[in-house]
Design a protein around this ligand. Structure first.
Ligand SMILES: COc1nc(N)nc2c1ncn2[C@H]1C[C@H](O)[C@@H](COP(=O)(O)OP(=O)(O)OP(=O)(O)O)O1
Length: 158
């Protein structure tokens, strides 16, 4: 039987730089990623995105400054986990970046994104984010590092 999680992922941009966090525990440990996590029961998705960004990076954003980038659905065939991830981007933020027990944040030039130290799907959908094309993706994984299947398409809404 599948387990289902709804998650957020926020990508913070500052001109030609992107803020990524090195995951220090749990799902995706050891990988650079945007900031996000599980949506709580009854929680509005953008509010969850704001909360998770604050918890993992120290940064504050307004929900109105979160732009939809796309939606990804991941099925992990090894354990039956299905994760639906709502991806946002923001360039208006405030607060001080802090390392937390979950994430170590670091700025990267958008020309030097460490894709070989990220989830393997990221290199497929980041180009959609950079060209501001709203996308939907479905990927199957066997464990955290083997992608078995992928489909990605531009959509009107997510
Ligand atoms: C499978 O490919 C993935 N790619 C990318 N880029 N991001 C992914 C992938 N699978 C999951 N994610 C993201 C979605 C979420 O932002 C995090 C996972 O959230 P986490 O398990 O850390 O949720 P929290 O609520 O923060 O966890 P705690 O209960 O430990 O606080 O990864």
């Amino acid at each position: 039987m599948n387990r289902y999680l709804c998650c957020t992922l926020v990508q913070i941009f500052d001109h030609k730089r992107i803020l990524l966090g090195l995951k220090k525990r749990g799902l995706g440990v050891g990988k650079w990623n945007g900031f996000g996590g599980k949506v709580k029961p009854g929680e509005e998705i953008k509010m969850a995105a704001v909360r998770e960004l604050k918890e993992e990076s120290g940064l504050d954003v307004e929900t109105s400054d979160l732009t939809n980038v796309g939606k990804l659905v991941f099925e992990f065939v090894n354990n039956g986990l299905v994760i639906e991830v709502y991806v946002f981007r923001a360039q208006n933020y405030h607060g001080e970046i802090v390392e937390t027990e979950e994430m170590k944040p670091q700025w990267f030039s958008i020309d030097e994104i460490p894709f070989n130290e990220m989830w393997v799907d990221d290199i497929d959908w980041y180009p959609f984010m950079f060209t501001q094309k709203l996308f939907f993706g479905f990927m199957k994984f066997n464990g955290e590092n083997e992608m078995l299947y992928k489909e990605l398409q531009v959509v009107e809404n997510v």
